[in-house]
Structures are given as C-alpha cells and as structure tokens.
Ligand binder design. Structure first.
Ligand SMILES: Nc1ncnc2c1ncn2[C@@H]1O[C@H](COP(=O)(O)OP(=O)(O)OP(=O)(O)O)[C@@H](O)[C@H]1O
Ligand SMILES: [Mg+2]
Length: 511
C-alpha cells in the first residue's frame, strides 16, 4: 500500500460539553483496504465516523481526501464526496416501505416529485436481493431487527461510495447473513472501495480486515497489520490492561438451592412457539440458545406479557401468575431486557436518571406523589456506578451515551425494579470485551443474591462461559436441555439445527 491514502484524518478533537470524546486523533485509510476500528464502549469510534459522514463537526483538526483538505459540512457533502456510513443505530423510517428507505438518501437529494415508483422498487429489490430475500414493498416497521439492519446496509450500497463505513453492522445479524455481508464487503474491496469496519468481535476483525486501528479514551493508540497482531494484543491495547478472567466462576454445588423460582408449563402462542416447559432455580443462570428466528425472543415475550399466549401457565414459587401485560410481569417480579434497546429498552430522549427509575417510580416518589429528583438521581448514580456506565452526568439524555453504555442503562432500568426473575435477550450485544466481563460478573453476583436469570444469547462462548445450564430452542419448541457437564458448542449447534452429527464451528461469533 504505497499509493497516497484515500483518506487522512489529522489531529481531530471533539468535545461534547465537558466530555472530551476525541483528542488529537490520527487515522489513514489506504485505497482498497478493509480497516478495522476498535475500542471500548465510549472510546470515540462512532463520533469519529459521524465526523467523517458530516453528521458532526470537529472542534479541531482536518480531513484530507486524496490529499486535499475537505470540510465535510453535512451528510449530503459527505455523500457527494463519496463517503457512506452504515449507522450503528438503525436509522430507518419505520412507516415507509423498504424501497423508500433504501432510496431515501438519494431521492431527498434530488427532491424529485415525479419519482418513477415502479423503477424505484425494481432497483431497490435488486440491491436487497444481494443481501436477503426481503420484499421491498413491505413496511420497514414490520421487519425484524436483523432484516432492518440488512435494509440499512442495502441503503448504503446504493450510494456511489469511495469510502464506506460500517459501524457494528453484524450486531443483529445471523451467521449466514454475516457471511453474505462479508462476501459483499470483499467484493467492494476488490472494486477499489475503501472500508472502515467497526466491531467488538475479534473473530470478525481477524477474518475480514487488513489493518486495525485502536482508540482508547478518545485517543489514538495504534495501527497495525492484522497479520502482525493477535486478538489478545488488540484487546490489551483497547483496555490498557490484561483481561485475565473472561467469565465469572459458576454456581457451586453448595450454592445450588434446588428451590424452583420460575416454572413455565406448556406455554404456547398462536403461531411462533408451543408446549414450552422449563424450570429456573433461585441463583441459577439459565442460558437459552438456538438460531436467530427460532422463537427464543417470542417465548420470553410470552412469559412477560408482551405477547399473547393461548395455552400454558407461568408459576412463581409454585403460584400461578396472571400476566397479561408487561406491567403485570413487573408486579410479579419478572422483568425482560429486550434485544432491541431502541425499540423497548430505553427512551433515548429521557435522561439516564429518568430511564433507570421509570419502572420503579415507587422508589423515587415522595409522599405527595411527586417524583423526588434527588432520590431519582441517587438511584441512577448507584446503578450507573455498579454497571460502570460512562457518562458525564445522570441528567444527560441517553442519546448522548455511546451504544454500549446505552445498553448498560437498559440493564440498570430493569435491575432497579429489584426483580425476582430477569429475562435478558442478547444482554451484551454491542458491549466491548471489558464491559462484557463486568456485566457477566454483575449477573453472577445478582444470581448469588437469589435472583433467577435467563440469558438468551446467540454467542456460544457466552452461553458456555456464563450459564449453569442451557436450554436449546428449535422451531418454537424446546429441542433439548444441557447441564453443565453436557454443554459444548457442538452440542448446542446440534440441538439448534436438528442435526445428528456435525463438525461445524461457530467461528464468526466467537468473541
Ligand atoms: N451527542 C452527545 N452528547 C454528549 N456526549 C456524547 C454525544 N455523543 C457521544 N458522546 C460521548 O462521547 C464519547 C464517545 O462516544 P462514541 O459514541 O463515539 O463511542 P463508541 O466508541 O462508538 O462506543 P460504542 O462501542 O459503545 O458504540 C462517549 O463518552 C459518549 O458518551
Ligand atoms: Mg459506537
């Protein structure tokens, strides 16, 4: 790579009030390379990419394209310069069709009143088909998050980019979808397009990328050829220390109370799952594995009143519960952390403090029935400290936090209710390695304090490392249960896919 870089970032600094998100950051992107950008939650990755995409303006520093200094004053300037960004947070219009969303960026530029609708749909379908069989006439709001993520990617593929940025594109994708995306990214590279790729998954970075740049606390740390470093090296540069213990120790025999806290019996809804039964003991962390789309989320939603069930029962300490709404579930002591933090996890416009107390207003309401802001702030500060949320103040809106820190607020919000049972759907998605092990540690402590925890995860190492037992779901039914002695990646995959024997490795999802 001797030719002039496509893109050079020089000494970029960016403040948000008192928060110094970026300090003197340098970065160069070579023509036709795939360049990974790594760093802990809040390291400044998305901020830097938003500056490149014209969404944010830097306080200092300059950006050179083909050696020429450029001011990227707005997203449309970025687009005309050939810089495209696949956002970390899905930024689609839920009420518009897939086709309209895919071409929104382009059409808004032309503001053409006489759009040829048929042609728009045909073109959109062509782009979409490269990724997945999604009908572009459907409404985006009706799609799963995984499909929405693919639409977000399709949208970026329609722009004529020289530089294409992917900010954690695979967080919501299946392994098969990830493989298709990687093929497309490699194709783009072969066409001479330069790619910046952000991910917390080391396996992806080492599989896909040519070079890797690490940021820490808003500062540039290093850039290296991927061939010359190991995942451990990258993690060490990211966190500035060695992570010795990735997972907390599991439940000991003595800790196993045997006391059942939650029982689910023959639960079924209209179409997605049927006859689901399992028990959860006090102090236990039960993993739920299975392919994306197998019905795991729907089962969790069925248990906590977010989805109508037509058969079966949920018991807490042997008492049958009537759970018709999520408020019923919370009252019973069951909470659910949804996989889609933007949809139902957190309110982006509310403050960190308001989010954390929203399910537990009782605790922060004074005797006149007014919310006691001081109590609210204290509650939030306690939980934010426990979870290590990186923030300047609890009164800041959640939208001001980095993606991973928003996830921690979503977890804090559920914990603030002091639940008996907590169901978590992909709790560490988008969370960096360091924070992830902190969250795992916290879950184990919560279990030790007597809570029952259910963790739905598509990451096999997480199921194996964290959970005491794993239930595998296939096509809306329990395909099998594995105790700690039987648990292995292969055993889970075999049950999840219905195969008798397999040698498959879930390499792309390894942390
Ligand atoms: N609009 C904003 N207002 C205030 N602070 C902000 C804003 N956007 C980002 N920040 C802060 O800037 C810092 C960098 O955030 P950024 O989103 O760039 O992190 P990141 O590296 O993308 O993290 P993640 O892996 O969690 O996505 C964080 O401390 C964040 O709280
Ligand atoms: Mg980010």
């Amino acid at each position: 790579m001797t030719s002039e870089p496509v893109l050079s970032i020089r000494d970029i600094t960016k403040h948000f009030g008192a928060v110094k998100a970026l300090t003197g950051v340098n970065f160069t992107l070579a023509r036709g390379e795939i360049h990974a950008l790594c760093g802990e939650n809040g390291a400044g990755k998305s901020t830097l990419m938003n500056i490149l995409a014209g969404v944010l303006q830097p306080d200092e520093g300059e950006i050179l394209l083909d050696g020429k200094p450029r001011k990227i004053a707005s997203p449309s300037v970025a687009q005309s310069l050939g810089i495209g960004l696949v956002h970390q947070e899905i930024a689609l219009c839920p009420d518009a069709s897939v086709a309209e969303n895919i071409f929104m960026a382009k059409t808004s530029r032309r503001r053409s009143l006489l759009m040829n609708y048929r042609k728009l749909e045909r073109d959109a379908q062509k782009v979409m088909d490269r990724l997945a069989p999604i009908d572009v006439r459907g409404k985006v709001g009706d799609l799963t998050i995984s499909s929405q993520q693919l639409v977000e990617i399709a949208k970026a593929l329609t722009l004529d980019c020289r530089v294409l940025i992917f900010d954690e594109p695979t967080a919501a994708l299946t392994e098969a979808e990830t493989r298709i995306l990687f093929d497309i990214i490699r194709e783009l590279k072969a066409q001479g397009i330069s790619i910046i790729y952000i991910s917390h998954r080391m396996a992806e970075i080492f599989n896909l990328c040519d070079r890797v740049t690490v940021l820490r606390d808003g500062r540039y740390v290093s850039t290296e050829d991927v061939a010359n470093v190991t995942p451990d090296d990258v993690v060490r540069r990211m966190v500035g220390r060695e992570i010795t213990q990735l997972y907390p120790s599991k439940q000991t025999h003595a800790e196993h109370s045997g006391e059942t806290i939650l029982s689910v019996r023959n639960l079924g809804d209209k179409d997605r799952f049927a006859n689901v039964s399992f028990d959860l003991a006090r102090g236990e962390i039960l993993g739920i594995g299975g392919l994306i789309g197998s019905g795991r989320t729907e089962i969790a939603e069925g248990i906590c009143g977010l989805r109508a069930t037509i058969e079966g029962k949920v018991f807490l300490h042997d008492n049958p519960q009537t759970i018709r709404t999520y408020a019923d579930a919370v009252k019973s002591g069951i909470v659910y952390l949804s996989e889609d933090r933007k949809g139902s996890g957190v309110f982006l416009d509310l403050s960190i403090a308001q989010n954390i107390s929203v399910l537990n207003l009782k605790a922060v309401t004074g005797h006149l029935g007014l919310i006691d802001a001081k109590a609210e702030g204290q509650l939030a500060r306690d939980f934010a400290r426990k979870l290590g949320v990186r923030m300047s103040h609890v009164d800041m809106p959640v939208s001001s936090l980095s993606g991973g820190n928003q996830q921690k607020v979503a977890i804090a919000k559920q914990l603030a209710v002091q639940p008996k049972v907590i169901l978590m759907d992909e709790p560490t998605r988008g969370i960096d390695v360091g924070a992830k092990s902190e969250i795992h540690q916290l879950l184990r402590e919560l279990a030790r304090s007597g809570i029952g925890i259910v963790v739905i995860s598509s990451e096999l190492p997480e199921l194996l490392g964290l959970c005491d037992r794993v239930l595998v779901i296939r096509e809306g039914a329990v395909a099998g249960e594995l105790d700690s002695a039987e648990m292995s990646e292969e055993a889970i995959i075999r049950l999840a896919s219905g195969l008798k024997h397999t040698n498959t490795h879930a390499s792309e999802h390894a942390a």
